[in-house]
Structures are given as C-alpha cells and as structure tokens.
Design a protein around this ligand. Structure first.
Ligand code: ADP
Length: 181
C-alpha cells in the first residue's frame, strides 16, 4: 500500500528491512545498543561488525530516543537505532515512548539531510507491543512529521509478517480517512 502525503511517499511493504534501498534503515534497538535478536540481529549480521563498534562507542540510547551510526556493508548510508518501549500492559507510558522513538528517528534523519528511510515495526516483537495498538502510533507519527518541512521525501514501513502488515494498512487507511473527513 502507498500513500502520498504533501508530495512525499509513504509505503507499506512486507519483507526484510536489510534489503531496502534507502538512505537510512531504522533498527529496533535496546537501550544498551548491545544487539539482540529480531530485526536488530538481522541488521548487524547483514551490515557487519563496524555497526557494533560504533554502538559500543555511543554506549547506549534512552528508551523513546534514537541514535545514528553508519551502515557498514548495508546498501543504506546510516542505521538509526531507535529504542521503543517494552509493553507492560499499556499504562507505563508506552504510547508516548513509542511515538517518541519514531519521531526522534525522523528528526535524526532530517538532521543528516536523509531523503529516504525504512522503519520496521518498533517494539512489536520481543518487546510484545500489540501491533493493533502500535500501528496507529507509528503511522500517525510519520504522517504528521512528513507533512512538515523535512529533507525526507520517502518513508517505507517494512513489515515482517502478515498480521503486522494488515494492522499497519488498517491504521494508515483510518488515519487518512479521518484527515479527509
Ligand atoms: P522489539 O524488541 O523492538 O520488539 P523485534 O526485532 O523483536 O524488536 O521485532 C520488531 C518487529 O520486527 C517484529 O514485527 C518482527 O517480526 C520484525 N522483524 C524481524 N526481523 C525483521 C527484518 N529482517 N526486517 C523487518 N522486520 C523484521
């Protein structure tokens, strides 16, 4: 699915984020930037050891924030390590922190003059954030950001499985419908 937001492209695709041809790939990182399973493991495997060397130098990144490294052997120029919250049932500020992790990633990309960026679904794997709750936050944060003045002209959400892809399509359709109405 694809939408046009103020002349900028927002795409939802199914697939592997490490294979995207974009300026920056966002990683679903932990606050220690220590690497892990899921999308984090896939990015470090595909990008090689230089990314971890730079993560160690950074030392960590707070939950709700995002830090940047180069992208090693990946096609992208940068990896933006976004730290989403662990899901504790929804009353531990998870929604605010998730929105902030997406927004900080976009701000970091904008500071670097990046034009295209790919996101995975932050926090919905090992961190257990339910995709139907995460998707509206992810899509509305991105739509609101790219409506403004930014170097970013293309955002791709790369969703790994059917149910997450469906949740993101539904959330984006609903958000765009509300804006029209
Ligand atoms: P978190 O710890 O933030 O929950 P995970 O990496 O465990 O991060 O999961 C986040 C989402 O990324 C999940 O929906 C998972 O299925 C998905 N995912 C795992 N590997 C990849 C990949 N190579 N490309 C895109 N998405 C992926």
């Amino acid at each position: 699915m694809q939408a046009n937001v103020n002349g900028k492209i927002l795409q939802l695709v199914q697939g592997d984020i490490t294979r995207q041809e974009v300026d920056a790939i966002v990683n679903a990182a932990n606050s220690g930037l220590r690497g892990g399973g899921g999308v984090d493991g896939a990015i470090h495997r595909a990008g090689g050891p230089e990314i971890m060397r730079q993560c160690r130098r950074l030392g960590g990144c707070p939950t709700g924030s995002a830090c940047v490294t180069t992208a090693g052997r990946l096609r992208a120029r940068f990896v933006i390590h976004a730290v989403g919250p662990v899901w504790h049932g929804g009353s531990s500020d998870e929604a605010t922190l998730l929105g902030s992790a997406y927004r900080r990633s976009l701000e970091v990309a904008d500071e670097k003059g990046i034009t295209s960026i790919a996101f995975p679904s932050l926090s919905t794997g090992a961190y257990r954030y339910p995709p139907p709750a995460a998707a509206p936050i992810a899509t509305s944060t991105v739509v609101d950001f790219i409506k403004g003045k930014t170097s970013i002209n293309k955002v791709v959400f790369v969703l790994f499985n059917d149910s997450t892809y469906e949740a993101f399509c539904q959330a984006l359709e609903q958000h765009l419908r509300q804006e029209d109405g």
